[in-house]
Design a protein around this ligand. Structure first.
Ligand SMILES: Cc1cc2nc3c(=O)[nH]c(=O)nc-3n(C[C@H](O)[C@H](O)[C@H](O)COP(=O)(O)O)c2cc1C
Length: 179
């Protein structure tokens, strides 16, 4: 079923639940034109500068970090539960070493809004344009967060993506809600 436009705040509870349980897929393009997908468990949707935004957190050690440093867009993809194994693969292997999409049995296409890689099997996706990025300031962090999450440094960079377009497979969402 084709996806339709939605408000950035629609299905918020479902998206947050998927993010904190199995994760979402953050996608970017590799230099060879294929897509890379990295599982993310931390992120925020909100409004700043009167713009709807996704904030995603990427550690410098990730291949995705390297890719986002040289492209202006990313996509956040919400996968239905039957793709939990794909989320596991994309969260434990690096796109430096693998074609993770084939390994995970998922496919990407160019998004219609800004050309970010959209995972076809996703149930919801957000095409985002990077409008700001910043690094955490370790000295400003409470010690338990710093020590608990960054024992070896590798402090996340926060990418602020303006949501240019978001779409949902309504039929699939209805099936989920009634099952
Ligand atoms: C459930 C889950 C959530 C994750 N969340 C994040 C995250 O928010 N930020 C991050 O930098 N890494 C996160 N990771 C780790 C990356 O997904 C993992 O290191 C991945 O292999 C990086 O892929 P890449 O090297 O192709 O970019 C998460 C992993 C899992 C399994």
């Amino acid at each position: 079923m084709a996806k339709v436009n939605m408000e950035y705040s629609d299905y918020f509870e479902y998206v947050m639940k998927r993010m904190r349980t199995n994760g979402l897929l953050l996608t970017s393009w590799k230099d060879d034109g294929s897509a890379n997908a990295m599982t993310i468990g931390w992120g925020m949707i909100g409004i700043i500068w009167s713009r709807p935004l996704w904030q995603v957190l990427v550690r410098p050690s990730r291949y995705t970090y390297q890719l986002l440093e040289r492209q202006p867009f990313f996509c956040v993809n919400v996968m239905p539960e039957e793709y939990n194994r794909a989320l596991q693969i994309c969260g434990t292997k690096s796109g430096r070493d693998y074609d993770k999409l084939s390994l995970a049995g998922i496919t990407a296409e160019k998004g219609s809004a800004c050309g970010a890689p959209v995972i076809k099997e996703s149930i919801i996706h957000y095409e985002c344009q990077i409008v700001h990025k910043n690094d955490f300031v370790p000295e400003q962090m409470v010690p338990d967060i710093r020590e608990g999450n960054y024992p070896s440094g590798d402090f996340h960079r926060v990418y602020w993506g303006q949501i240019i377009d978001c779409k949902v497979d309504e039929q699939a969402m209805k099936t989920l809600q009634t099952s």
